[in-house]
Design a binder for this molecule. Structure first.
Ligand SMILES: *[C@@H]1O[C@H](CO)[C@@H](O)[C@H](O)[C@H]1NC(C)=O
Ligand SMILES: *[C@@H]1O[C@H](CO)[C@@H](O)[C@H](O)[C@H]1NC(C)=O
Ligand SMILES: *[C@@H]1O[C@H](CO)[C@@H](O)[C@H](O)[C@H]1NC(C)=O
Ligand SMILES: *[C@@H]1O[C@H](CO)[C@@H](O)[C@H](O)[C@H]1NC(C)=O
Ligand SMILES: *[C@@H]1O[C@H](CO)[C@@H](O)[C@H](O)[C@H]1NC(C)=O
Length: 688
């Protein structure tokens, strides 16, 4: 009971005391606030992956699930899309998000970083950084350090001026600098290590009054705390790098990123609970679920080939609905571990063997409190063990938590939380042809272009991430009417080919080069080749990101390479340029004639279904493209690419309620393939 009281007091502290700062420190056991040790469960919720209207309910459901801390990255390229032009409005309103967490009495771990990876386009770095002369990202490099210092300082100053650090009475108890750097540090030779020290010095020098962490960086310089990311930190983490640092798990992956063409990655509630309990048993005092709520990669924010829905398998699903039994099982786990707070945090611990694959981790408090974690690593059978003077039956691959060393409070493999099912009900069918209009995106030829080069340009440095699309066009002479073999090599993501105005197919690839090959009819005289190269997000990982390139690498007709011909380029689509997805634009729409056509924009209007349940568009009849509702992009879609189980990676696309008005909502789609808009429905999503 003392344990419970301890935690309740600690958690209740946050909302109430705006007037004075708290002293956040750490020792070898845990974080301390005003001298009290803390056991903290944290959940990642990224503010731009939901809407401000969803934030209160997400945070409240996290709190009910036993979460104490909300962890978020700061998304640099969202806030400074053009150098020096800042945006903190709407979904970007990070101060509002942090205040919302504070209002619920929870703490914040702010991962400023600023390279976030996070399956977010360009790992969160603004693309303009790429064009800074001499820059090498995440290295001991003057230009990079200059811009990183400027941004990190700006974020810290903003938090300080809003009094959001715990040291000022606010909710932020931790901040993070850099991110999983260790695994690519050697690519930078000595500069990597110098950069890590510089980054730690930058962070600490900003005087936030709260500790800094570096995840997956075993040699994080003092006083920065090295923390673990992964699936099995209880097994793999080497532990804090000095005895006075606590053991913290900053990313416990509740699922894993899903790319187009992949099935979702599902971790069972039992397995997640096992690894969390093991980490605590091995002296861990901070566990963060990555993600607790994933949400939606709206617009063009997803990284290369990442689907629009993000960590839908998390305890709160994409729509913010509770996913059972995962949410409930973890809630019970948190409550059981809470019962052990006093011996866990104030005591002394010892490990003893109970059998070949069975271990007891025992914690003892100063006044005789006792808590035990009985681990059974045998994955095939129940095992009966004797612990102290009692006998316990341990299920396979499980941890039994005894909050008093006598009675079972929780077993990670026994799920008693209720199950639930997510259902969808069609609320609106877009099957009336008269209500759709279309606009066929024009296919440019060389003469339409003003940007020219005698080489095949890199797509990223040409579009500068203003569009997924780059047109490559070329004219060449041929001496007779003839059939010929066209072969195009690309390392972007998708490629469409047009020859003399005729569609000649498409191809797509993953991380590697791919080839489009087709037979084409050449004319005597001038022939036109137009290629549309498509990127589904920029890369978000690896060393030397600034030097990565993408796009068409080589074009061959029979045995003639056209690589060094004069190429004409058009950045983006005309529809994008004219903001065709908003209600004010100058494009001439035509009535839809019911014959789906490649590279076509579709438009219709609809009224919002009544009620407050989340909504999603079922795009199962479509191919690939992007969708806008009232001018806001709800993300890219790609349903024509299938997983090994012969189904789309994602069929339903979240339409946040706050994007809608009661009547007259504008729906616009850009379809690259032959999708049929008459098959689209708007569905209500609910759980039972
Ligand atoms: C903060 O707490 C630490 C130990 O937890 C203590 O050494 C330090 O004096 C405290 N600082 C303040 C300002 O209270
Ligand atoms: C946990 O900490 C105690 C006390 O510092 C230590 O004796 C014990 O070995 C640690 N347990 C593990 C699994 O590292
Ligand atoms: C079960 O444990 C055995 C022995 O440790 C191991 O070889 C095997 O891979 C495990 N099976 C599963 C499904 O984890
Ligand atoms: C491309 O140029 C042709 C004439 O050369 C013109 O008819 C056509 O409208 C232009 N297309 C675009 C998209 O500008
Ligand atoms: C190639 O495009 C030009 C316009 O740029 C057009 O006049 C010509 O007819 C096209 N050639 C063929 C063979 O389609």
């Amino acid at each position: 009971m003392i344990g419970l009281l301890f935690v309740v007091l600690a958690a209740a502290g946050v909302g109430n005391c705006h007037s004075y700062g708290r002293n956040v420190t750490y020792d070898g056991r845990s974080l301390l606030i005003d001298g009290q040790h803390l056991l903290l469960f944290s959940g990642s919720i990224h503010y731009p992956r939901s809407t401000p209207e969803m934030w209160p309910s997400l945070i409240s459901k996290a709190k009910q699930g036993g979460i104490d801390v909300i962890q978020t990255y700061v998304f640099w390229n969202l806030h400074e899309p053009q150098q020096g032009q800042y945006d903190f409005s709407g979904r970007r309103d990070i101060v509002r998000f942090i205040r919302e967490v504070e209002a619920h009495g929870l703490y914040v771990c702010l991962r400023i970083v600023p390279f976030i990876e996070s399956e977010w386009t360009y790992g969160g770095l603004p693309f303009w950084l790429h064009d800074v002369p001499g820059i090498v990202f995440r290295s001991d490099n003057g230009p990079f350090k200059f811009h990183m210092r400027k941004w990190v300082t700006k974020v810290v100053d903003m938090m300080k001026s809003e009094k959001l650090y715990a040291s000022q009475g606010g909710p932020i108890i931790l901040s993070q600098i850099e991110n999983e750097y260790e695994r690519l540090e050697s690519a930078f030779n000595g500069e990597g290590s110098r950069y890590v020290h510089w980054a730690a010095g930058l962070a600490v020098g900003l005087q936030t009054g709260v500790p800094w962490i570096m995840c997956s960086q075993q040699d994080a310089p003092d006083p920065v705390i090295n923390t673990c990311n992964g699936f099995e930190c209880g097994v793999k983490f080497q532990g804090p790098n000095t005895p006075n640092k606590p053991s913290m798990w900053t990313e416990n992956w509740t699922s894993f990123v899903q790319r187009y063409g992949q099935e979702p990655f599902i971790r069972s509630a039992e397995e997640i609970a096992f690894h969390v309990a093991l980490f605590i048993a091995k002296n861990g005092t901070y566990v963060n679920y990555y993600m607790y709520h994933g949400g939606t990669n709206f617009g063009r924010t997803a990284a290369a080939r990442v689907i629009t829905s993000y960590y839908d398998q998390a305890p709160l699903d994409e729509y913010g609905l509770i996913r059972q039994p995962l949410w409930g099982h973890l809630k019970e786990l948190h409550a059981a571990i809470r019962l052990c707070t006093v011996p866990l945090l104030s005591g002394f611990s010892e490990t003893s063997s109970l059998g070949d694959l069975q271990t007891a981790y025992v914690f003892k408090g100063k006044s005789g409190e006792c808590a035990a974690f009985l681990v059974n690593n045998d994955n095939s059978s129940n095992v009966r063990v004797h612990f102290q003077s009692n006998s316990f039956e341990l299920p396979p691959m499980s941890i039994s938590i005894l909050a008093d060393c006598k009675n079972l409070a929780f077993n990670t493999a026994k799920v008693s939380a209720q199950y639930n099912t997510r259902s969808r009900t069609v609320k609106h069918i877009f099957d009336s042809m008269e209500r759709w209009e279309e606009y066929n995106e024009p296919i440019p030829t060389f003469s339409n272009t003003s940007l020219r080069a005698d080489v095949l340009l890199d797509q990223m440095s040409t579009t500068k991430d203003t569009s997924d699309y780059l047109w490559y066009t070329v004219c060449f002479q041929h001496d007779s009417d003839a059939q010929a073999e066209l072969s195009v090599l690309s390392n972007a993501h998708v490629l469409h080919a047009f020859v003399n105005g005729q569609y000649k197919g498409y191809a797509y690839g993953g991380n590697h080069n791919f080839v489009l090959e087709n037979t084409v009819e050449l004319k005597k005289g001038t022939n036109n080749i137009t290629l549309l190269s498509v990127m589904i997000g920029l890369p978000d990982s690896g060393a030397y990101l600034e030097s990565k390139t993408a796009g068409i690498r080589s074009v061959r007709i029979q045995d003639k390479y056209l690589n060094n011909y004069r190429w004409g380029y058009q950045i983006g689509l005309l529809g994008e340029k004219s903001k065709i997805f908003s209600s004010e634009h100058e494009v001439q729409w035509s009535p839809f004639r019911g014959r789906p056509h490649r590279l076509t924009w579709y438009k219709t209007w609809f009224d919002a279904p009544s009620g407050n349940d989340p909504l999603a568009l079922n795009l199962g009849s479509m191919g690939k493209g992007e969708v806008w509702v009232n001018g806001e992009s709800i993300g890219r879609y790609w349903v024509s690419i299938h997983t090994p189980k012969h189904r789309p990676s994602q069929t339903w696309y979240h339409v946040p309620r706050s994007f809608l008005k009661p009547r007259g909502n504008l729906l616009v789609l850009l379809e690259e393939e032959y999708g049929d808009p008459l098959g689209i429905t708007l569905d209500r999503v609910w759980i039972s």
